[in-house]
Design a protein around this ligand. Sequence first.
Ligand SMILES: [Fe+2]
Length: 212
Amino acid sequence: MANSPKQLMANTVASQTLPRAGAGAAAVNDADDYVRPPARPLVKIAHDKPPTHPQQVHISVVGANMMRISWVTDDRTSPSVVDYGTSPANYTSSATGDEPATTYTFGSAYTSGAIHHVTIGPLLPATTHYYRCGGEGAGEELGLRTPPVNLPVEFVVIGDIGQTEWTASTLAQIGEKDYDVALLAGDLSYADCNQPLWDNFGRLVHPLASAD
Ligand SMILES: [Fe+2]
């Protein structure tokens, strides 16, 4: 059952690359038949939490048994610390930032919040770990499941994500899948030099990017 999305994708690719069969054969998926759906509006995700609240949380694999947790706080003095463990609200380990939180500016109009990166581990494979960014009381508990140590590893592969209602639809479909690792091929936010849209993108993908 878990393989059915992959099989569907493989079937689609195969049918698009095969030459068209002779008369009487079943119709094939032809790229010429594709009708691009119209654009849909941006999805704005307001930031209505305190300045110390960890927002835009996203995780990434950085080694065989390590994960990097990244987030942004409007408060530039917030600590880069992650508490974590394998039971909810029972944090048996703690890690601090690889480096002080950084900020960046874009022109004279935009200065980012504090950007935090903390690497946690070694973690157990194929195990849900519960974690909290920024110390006690800063934000809610989040959970991530590490990839398995053995094959098969199931990937979700996405690119050109953007931040429209189509994006929300795509993210919702991914959220329904039971995968191990999401592979982002880029592009991401399509902020197009409107830097607050990078923050909006971070908040839009946070529910998915902070988990699994
Ligand atoms: Fe693109």
